[in-house]
Every structure is written in C-alpha cells, then in structure tokens.
Write a protein that binds this ligand. Sequence first.
Ligand SMILES: C[S@@+](CC[C@H](N)C(=O)[O-])C[C@H]1O[C@@H](n2cnc3c(N)ncnc32)[C@H](O)[C@@H]1O
Length: 234
Amino acid sequence: MTKITFILAESALETIPKEITSDRIVQSFCNKRGKSSKNVLLDQSYHHKAILKLEEHQKRGRPDIVHLCLLEATSIPLYFEKKLDVYIHTINDKIINVGSNVRLPRVYERFVGLIENLYQKRTVKAEDKLLLKLQDGNLDNLINRIRPSVTIGLSRVGKTSTYEDVAKIGLKFEKPVFIVGGFAKGTFSEKSKRSMNYLLSVSQYPLDAHVVTARILYEIEKQLKNNYNKQNKR
Ligand SMILES: C[S@@+](CC[C@H](N)C(=O)[O-])C[C@H]1O[C@@H](n2cnc3c(N)ncnc32)[C@H](O)[C@@H]1O
C-alpha cells in the first residue's frame, strides 16, 4: 500500500529563544501570561520587533502557518484513512510527530496552548493515545528515519510543474515524501534542498504554505482514488 508522508519543513515554530528573553516587550508579554519565556511560543503578532534581532527572522515566529497547514493535512480523508503521516520540522531543528486520528484545535489560541504544553512535556496524549511527540532532529534525520522512496520539495524557485504532475511523480513510488516550507518568506536552506530528490514549483506566484498543502494533498488523494478504481476495474 502506498504510504504518503507530508513534512512541513523549517517551520516558524519555536518557544522564545534565549537571545531575546531580556527584551522588554517579550518580558512584559510573558509576565502577563504568567509563564516563563521557555514555555511561550514566539509569535510575530506580539514579538515583531524582538524577532527582527534574530537570525533568519523571516522564518521565525509564525505558529499560525503551522496551525493552518496542520488543519489542512489532518482534516482530509487521506489522513482519516491512515494513508498519510504528518510531521513538522522546525527552523531550530525540532521534529513533531503528529499521531493518527488527531483532531487539532480549530481555535488558534487553543492550538498555541497545545503546542506550549508539548514543548514542556515533549508528548501530548489523550486517553493513552499519542497525539503529538516532540524530538530533536534536523530534516535529514527525519528523512533518514522515514526511509522514503522519493523526496519531493515544493518551492516557487523549483522546476516548473503542476500539482497534478507533482502528485504523479510521487505516486510512482511506494513511500513518497512531500515537503512544504512552514515559513512566510524566503526559500528552503541549501542543507534542506540537499535532502530533496526533486524541487518543483506549482505556480509563478509565491503562495501561502496552507494553499500549497491543501492543493497538493487533494491532488494526491484524487490520484490515489483513481489508481485504486482503475486497478479494481481490471
Ligand atoms: C509562503 S511560502 C514561502 C514563500 C517564498 N517566497 C517562496 O517563494 O517559496 C511557503 C511554502 O509554500 C510553498 N510554495 C509557495 N509558493 C510555491 C510555488 N509557487 N510552488 C511551489 N511551492 C510553493 C513552498 O513549499 C514554500 O516554502
């Protein structure tokens, strides 16, 4: 059976990094929430000025991107039918494994609470079922662990293609991995690109990660269904 893996890579998700814990705005934000900065998610909406002091600031502090992409990936038949594994790789090399049958909070503030809890405890369970697991590791470590038959990265600066062809290329293999960037601006690092067999573009426009996520997963779902129907007609 074909097993699809979706990775949201270099995602702008992290707790407040040490470099900006003494920032006045960051401190007042954490005090108001009554939490230590190491248990608070970095968020452009509240920590914009402090984020500008960080390296690669265009890839930091956007948990909302991860929220939207995860909702897209975990609210579809492909995922319900356990044909899709979902992982988040973050900009500071953490890996979040999303369990099967996970229903994530629809409300952003609740999602933030869930992820802050995950960063504290490293696992989130419900009725003994693993919902989320946080580990250290870079994209290469994650790919080595999955052992895919092909790795396809999506990027505006990739080779011109279409959603249909990206899915078709992946589905020639038993265990394809599809990678979308979980950040707002910029492109994949050279290191991440080296982990990809293909780097493909689906539009001349720089699209939001959640749009690319939803469309590519829908195309995969459609083609898998068509392939299954064709095989059963024979
Ligand atoms: C908001 S975009 C990053 C924007 C960046 N300016 C770019 O050109 O890719 C986040 C992710 O969406 C995907 N993406 C955005 N536009 C794309 C396109 N035209 N073709 C393929 N993937 C795209 C990529 O995976 C990208 O890392």
